[in-house]
Each structure stands twice: as structure tokens, then as C-alpha cells.
Ligand binder design. Sequence first.
Ligand code: CA2
Length: 148
Amino acid sequence: MKLLVLNGPNLNLLGLREPEIYGRRSYADLERFLNDCAGEIGAELEIFQSNHEGVLVDRIQQAYGVFDGIVFNPAAYTHTSVALLDALKAVGIPTVEVHLSDPDKREDFRKISYVRPACLKTVKGLGFESYRQALLFLAAYLRGEREV
Ligand code: CA2
């Protein structure tokens, strides 16, 4: 099982600012955490981060026929990007939306997710654990062990 973790803008700065929202751990810590999760699940994992919407669209398109599932934290593009929604719909790869914080408990503009209609599920507000829950759900779904 090949899974892609996609991370959007500014997540590469994890640990540098706003620790009260995003925690103190760095992006490198997140990558290590994700690779440990992949070992636990028995999945092959690729992790990719970009600050650019079009690059994320390209990465989703390139995932077609290569990856079985996507765990996606679109970061700020969650709340703005029809292009990312369209890309997810176009490839039809089972995708779980993930957030470190709970955007529904923050500013009003974070309450809208453009990508959510193309996702099986959203996991939010659990810090790094959000990604682990998303990966576990996706793996179980792909193995036919769980329905949406
Ligand atoms: O909670 C999440 O995971 C978010 O996707 C993070 C985005 C935010 O725009 C979404 O509303 C919720 C922001 C990621 C920026 O990460 C930073 C990391 C370090 C310092 C500042 C921002």
C-alpha cells in the first residue's frame, strides 16, 4: 500500500512560531513521526511539502495511478482553494483531510474547507496524532476493513 502525505504552506516552519497552536515539534519531527506510523501500519509512505498551490495540484495529479491514498493537510489553502478540490476530484484517490489544530474552533474564515467534499474524512485538533489517526483510517479503508 502506497500512501502520500501532502503538506501545504508554512508547515515547514513547524516549531518556530505559534507553539500554543501547532506545538513545539519541528517539521523534521513530523516526518520522523509519519515514518514511524508507516512502519506501524505496514505502508510505504512518501511525504511532500510545498508552499505553492500549483505545485500541490501537480503533486496530486502525479499521484494518479501511483498512490493508493492521500493524507492531506492543505494548511491555509484549505480555506481558499477550488484548484485543490478539483485536483482531488479529478484523480479520485481516497483522501483524508488532516489538521494539527481544530480550524472550527478558530477564526471564522477557517471554518470553511474547500477540499472537504473530496475527502473521506477529516481528522483535526490532535496535533501530530491527527496524521496517525488519518493514516490508520485510510489503511483500514483501503484494506476494506472500514466504511466511510
Ligand atoms: O491546523 C492545521 O493543521 C492548519 O492546516 C494549519 C494552517 C492553517 O492555515 C489552517 O487553518 C489549519 C497553517 C499552517 C502554518 O503552520 C505554521 C507553523 C509554524 C509557524 C506558523 C505557522
